[in-house]
Design a protein around this ligand. Structure first.
Ligand code: PMP
Length: 361
């Protein structure tokens, strides 16, 4: 077996210990003689596992009791639409902070359901920095304020939680949830597609303040209504049982690593090493993001000569460094450094980059 160092933006590397445990348990889970994938979600074994996964997530993030935790499907993209359906009544407006590709997407998918007020946008700056907080034109009557704390493609990250007053703050944390401790009480609703820091795709984890579940929203099928999902432990229909199970294993792994304070240090060390390698390359490699907004999770970079891109990708792959090709919207390279990416992987990447620069100088 040969495992590579995996820098994929998502679906992304999972902790090897989690994959190994899932492998050991694949045919006979929990003494049941069947795989977790082959069992009813109404059975005691599954219900206990699901509750433990939620309890472990609550421990990791110190989630207060007045927040519900949901395990949903449809990806973060579906939530772009479902959030306004649930939190905004007909005719309401909502504020959106646009800091890159994914917050643009959040706006366009929400637009059929709510009057979108783009309260700030970094577009004119090519998303190289975050729109400064003092320029946000927030509407005090907004149903909520939506933002994207980490932009997976553009590689910009908020390192502080913005103050938005009494209006509930809604955050798409798909690419930075669980990367460090978080003050949940500052948020109305947090959601994240699982396939970066939680587990496989096909699962969305949502943390929502319970009072927001009482909002009328608009007429819609029960399956779309968060209050119904909360009242039914996210099992209104058959959940993604396999994804939920792997998320639970990942939460256990995170607890065993020392929790999110340890994760924050681990992620800081990896990102610092990669940015030092880029910035110390004398212009051979470049990351154009304003220093204070650089992402710890997704590091886009370019080579000084685009003609070298193909060679860089070929040689890096041959060296066991997977998925460094940048998103097509930006070109160049991108290394994603989620929780499951070890420091050894980033050390191998940094060494490769220095060696490549010397050989193709
Ligand atoms: N938001 C962010 C920040 C993302 O990175 C992604 C996926 N890369 C999405 C939303 C969309 O997620 P999904 O494909 O699960 O709908």
């Amino acid at each position: 077996m040969s495992r590579v160092w995996n820098f994929s933006a998502g679906p992304a590397a999972m902790p090897q210990a989690v994959l190994e445990r899932a492998q050991r348990e694949l045919l006979d889970w929990n003494g049941s003689g069947a795989s977790v994938m082959e069992q009813s979600h109404r059975g005691k074994r599954f219900i206990d596992m699901a509750a433990q996964a939620e309890a472990d997530l609550r421990t990791l993030l110190a989630i207060p009791a007045d927040y519900a935790v949901l395990f949903l499907q449809g990806g973060a993209t579906q939530q772009f639409a479902q959030i306004p359906m649930n939190l905004a009544a007909e005719g309401d407006c909502a504020d959106y902070i646009v800091s890159g590709h994914w917050s643009e997407k959040a706006v366009s998918e929400a637009a059929p359901y709510v009057r979108v007020n783009v309260a700030a946008s970094g577009r004119a700056d090519d998303y190289l920095r975050l729109p400064p907080r003092d320029g946000w034109r927030l509407d005090a009557r907004a149903a909520y304020v939506h933002y994207t704390p980490n932009e997976t493609i553009h590689g910009v990250e908020f390192h502080d939680i913005p103050e938005v007053g009494a209006v509930p703050l809604v955050a798409d944390m798909s690419s930075n949830i669980l990367s460090g401790p978080l003050d949940i009480s500052r948020f109305g609703l947090i959601y994240a597609g699982a396939q970066k820091n939680i587990g496989p795709s096909g699962l969305v984890v949502m943390i929502v303040r319970r009072d927001l579940l009482q909002r009328a929203g608009r007429p819609m099928a029960r399956i779309f209504r968060y209050a119904e999902q909360a009242a039914n432990d996210s099992m209104l229909n058959t959940p993604n049982t396999w994804g939920w199970y792997l998320a639970g294993l990942t939460f256990q792994w995170l607890l065993a690593q020392g929790g999110l304070t340890a994760m924050a240090e681990h992620n800081r060390a990896k990102a610092d090493l990669l940015y030092r390698t880029i910035d110390g390359s004398g212009g051979y490699y470049r990351n154009p993001i304003e220093l204070s907004a650089r992402s710890r999770m997704n590091v886009p970079f370019t080579l000084h000569d685009k003609a070298l891109d193909v060679v860089f990708l070929e040689e890096s792959e041959a060296a066991g460094l997977l998925a460094l090709k940048g998103h097509k919207a930006l070109g160049g390279m991108r290394a994603s450094l989620y929780n499951a990416v070890p420091l050894d992987a980033v050390q191998a990447l940094a060494a490769f980059m220095r060696d490549f620069a010397q050989r193709h100088g």
